[in-house]
Ligand binder design. Structure first.
Ligand SMILES: [Mg+2]
Length: 126
């Protein structure tokens, strides 16, 4: 049986977060969706939630942005291998995100089909 993922979606924009969540809810490969509104919020959730399988991460956020979040994640051995797909309007941040360990990258507006195929890539890792 294929693994179903527990996904942490991180975005400071409420509409974006709800859009991503609704796409994930329609995805048969997704089991649970957890939401955070900035990097710090996401880090705290990672420490308390059991076993997140994948993170969908916005870059531009207050308090702690996506790049700073990725940098923090890399410094924590228990989370270093956790796949992160960056979702952003700013394509110029792509190299920066990959340098800090991002697994994949999608430019907003996110289309259902593109997100699904990226999620499939993560499932193929298991
Ligand atoms: Mg943002």
């Amino acid at each position: 049986m294929e693994k179903k993922l527990k996904i942490l979606a991180v975005d400071d924009d409420f509409i974006n977060l709800k859009l991503i969540s609704s796409m994930l809810k329609r995805n048969d490969n997704v089991d649970t969706i957890v939401e955070a509104t900035n990097g710090l919020d996401a880090l705290n959730l990672l420490k308390t939630e059991v076993q997140i399988d994948l993170i969908l991460l916005d870059i531009k956020m207050p308090v702690m942005d996506g790049i700073e979040f990725l940098t923090n994640l890399q410094s924590m051995p228990e989370f270093q291998k956790l796949p992160v797909i960056v979702l952003t309007t700013d394509e110029t941040r792509k190299n920066e995100a990959f340098d800090r360990g991002a697994f994949d990258f999608l430019v907003k507006p996110i289309r259902d089909h593109d997100l699904s195929s990226k999620i499939q890539k993560v499932i193929d890792l298991f």
